[in-house]
Design a protein around this ligand. Structure first.
Ligand code: NAP
Length: 368
């Protein structure tokens, strides 16, 4: 008779944008129902403020090495600085548990695996068999682009990708979102346009306001005039695909609240019929939603927010270059772009641990 084992799963940074969505997904999928959960924060928490489908829930400080070290699995949504500081300390103290991370710090480390299971499930399973312990979620726009184009990458017909992003404010974290809402409130006390713009300008000096603004600087400048965010596409896609995947990007923050959009230009190996392109795109994975030109309202952040859908529309051949395709895609950067790959990898780890113990997990509804 099989039985479920209970493991200790710690979630660090659960109060933030990604952490909240991660908890929602674990609740929606009953992903932690049999586990002992430890919620780590730098703040003292009112325990009544959260309900989680788990065997037990405890609150701990995120600098408590002993409490962290007791967990079998730690999922960090806290950011790169925390990972950079805390993971080496834990490992040095002999902690051998699984570390799952939403931050960028370890993504290109040779000892970590980038997890996006609709694309690299086999690599994740093999890493688990090989006792790998550190798994990292890819950059949000990179995950969304790779899922949107999965059908064409599988056909091996893409030579080059150019993408221009329209990234939501929640992608910059809860502090930026709160700043933005404060700025809306401040500007909304007046209906004189000059006064509103003046208020925005004053606020911008302190907070890089998105009011009356778009910002073509996501993250800091890096090589050849590109920002770090823009360089992540090719580097991370190459690591996930295991082969050179050229992607050029311009990343722009806009004042959508949730969901990252991308305008993509694809250079293909030759001229393929547009109907074939649409067919291959639509069969890339379960979550692709091809949007017809006669339903423009569906190609917008609003219907995509808080869903796992990857919307792909405006698919058309270039007027001058028949082997060039343009399209527009939208995905929820807090789900497929951050929390979802971690939730699903956590489930794979729990299954692996139970199999190793000769036990069997409950069937969890992670797969739509
Ligand atoms: N946001 C995205 O769309 C996205 C997508 C992909 C990857 N990521 C990466 O995931 C990591 C976490 O990102 P995030 O957007 O979740 O960051 P965040 O909202 O800033 O949250 C991170 C932590 O900041 C603390 N915090 C400080 N002030 C807060 C407030 N007013 N409300 C809530 N939490 C507050 C919390 O930790 P304490 O409880 O310990 O104080 C929280 O867990 C980052 O490395 C980011 O680059 C983010």
């Amino acid at each position: 008779m099989y039985k479920n084992s209970s493991f200790k799963v710690g979630i660090i940074g659960w109060r933030g944008m990604v952490g909240q969505v991660l908890l929602e997904r674990f609740n929606a999928t009953n992903g932690l129902i049999n586990q002992a959960i430890f919620l780590f924060s730098s703040q003292t928490i009112d325990a009544t403020s959260i309900s989680l489908n788990a065997k037990t829930v405890s609150f701990e400080r995120s600098d408590d090495i002993i409490a962290l070290g007791q967990c079998d699995i730690l999922i960090s949504c806290q950011g790169s600085a925390y990972t950079q500081h805390m993971l080496p300390v834990l490992r040095q103290q002999g902690w051998h548990g699984y570390w799952l991370d939403a931050a960028s710090h370890l993504r290109l480390d040779s000892k970590t695996l980038l997890v996006l299971d609709p694309i690299n499930q086999v690599s994740i399973e093999s890493a688990l068999m090989n006792n790998q312990k550190t798994f990292v979620g890819p950059n949000c726009c990179t995950s969304l682009l790779l899922l949107a184009l999965q059908g064409l990458y599988d056909k091996d017909i893409i030579q080059h990708v150019d993408t221009h992003t329209y990234q939501a404010i929640s992608g910059a974290g809860s502090t930026q979102l709160k700043n933005y809402l404060t700025q809306i409130h401040a500007a909304s006390t007046d209906i004189n346009l000059d006064n509103i713009i003046q208020t925005c300008n004053q606020l911008e000096k302190n907070n890089h306001s998105l009011l009356n603004n778009v910002i073509p600087w996501v993250d800091v400048l890096s090589d050849h005039g590109a920002t770090k965010e823009e360089l992540k596409f090719a580097k991370e896609a190459t690591k996930i695909h295991g082969k050179e995947t050229p992607i050029s990007a311009t990343c722009v923050r806009v004042n959508a609240l949730r969901c990252h959009s991308q305008s993509i230009t694809l250079t293909l190996n030759k001229n393929h019929p547009l109907d074939d392109i649409k067919h291959w795109l639509s069969h890339g994975n379960t979550w692709i939603k091809l949007i017809d030109d006669d339903a423009p309202e569906l190609l917008s952040p609003k219907p995509i927010s808080n869903t796992l859908d990857i919307a792909v529309g405006r698919i058309r051949q270039d007027s001058y270059r028949p082997n060039v395709i343009h399209l527009f895609t939208i995905g929820d950067q807090l789900l497929w772009g951050a929390a979802e790959p971690l939730v699903r990898t956590c489930q794979m780890i729990l299954t692996h641990l139970n199999q190793a113990l000769g036990t069997k997990t409950d069937q969890v509804d992670c797969v739509k």
